[in-house]
Design a protein around this ligand. Structure first.
Ligand SMILES: CC(C)(COP(=O)(O)OP(=O)(O)OC[C@H]1O[C@@H](n2cnc3c(N)ncnc32)[C@H](O)[C@@H]1OP(=O)(O)O)[C@@H](O)C(=O)NCCC(=O)NCCS
Length: 170
């Protein structure tokens, strides 16, 4: 199995929309995502495609694909980007059957390298739902440091929830 982590092409970004649209209510609950907050599908797809066409200094989202032997198996996105300073990242292995086998930790490490390099970051945050064990364990394994647990609405698709804030600095 050869893992590849690279920026998504515009055509590949539909993967992100499909992932959320096909997630079960239970999975979305674990992610802290409220499906009533999904944008209309066409504009959601269009926005992600448009982001990929922008110069990196102007991107507000950087989507990254995780491939195993050239097959998409997961993705990460970076948002809340202050170029040259900081950003937030997200992490998803698409197929539940492929989780908990070491892919996430390795792909997170490589995604972190990519974000630091492309966005010239000093620090990168991740704020998973506090009750979602897998990303919390994975972030620690990938070298993130725990900062705090707090109540917030972490993103435009999320409901109000307890999140753990993790950071990696370079
Ligand atoms: C989060 C996610 C990307 C991690 O990827 P993964 O391939 O499952 O993680 P890994 O197999 O590399 O495991 C990394 C660490 O997390 C632990 N872990 C992973 N899944 C776990 C689970 N369900 N319960 C407990 N620990 C878990 C592993 O044991 C490992 O830690 P250890 O080596 O210290 O034991 C993946 O589980 C996933 O996509 N989950 C659903 C989406 C999600 O919750 N995303 C987070 C949104 S912020």
């Amino acid at each position: 199995m050869t893992l590849t982590v690279r920026e998504m092409t515009a055509a590949e970004t539909d993967l992100i929309v499909e992932y959320f649209l096909h997630s079960t209510p239970e999975h979305l609950e674990m992610l802290g995502v409220d499906p009533t907050r999904f944008p209309p599908v066409a504009s959601w797809r269009e926005r992600l495609r448009r982001e990929c066409a922008l110069p990196v200094e102007h991107q507000s989202v950087v989507p990254v694909i995780w491939l195993s032997d050239d097959q998409p198996i997961g993705f990460s996105t970076s948002d809340k980007i202050v170029h040259g300073e900081q950003a937030h990242m997200h992490l998803h292995v698409i197929d539940p059957g492929r989780r908990h086998q070491g892919i996430g930790a390795e792909c997170v490490r490589r995604s972190v390298d990519l974000y630091f390099d492309r966005l010239k970051l000093k620090r990168l945050f991740c704020e998973p739902h506090a009750f979602n064990v897998a990303p919390n364990r994975t972030l620690q394994k990938a070298g993130f440091k725990y900062l705090k647990t707090h109540m917030t609405v972490p993103g435009p698709l999320n409901f109000h929830q307890a999140v753990t804030r993790w950071v990696i600095e370079r």
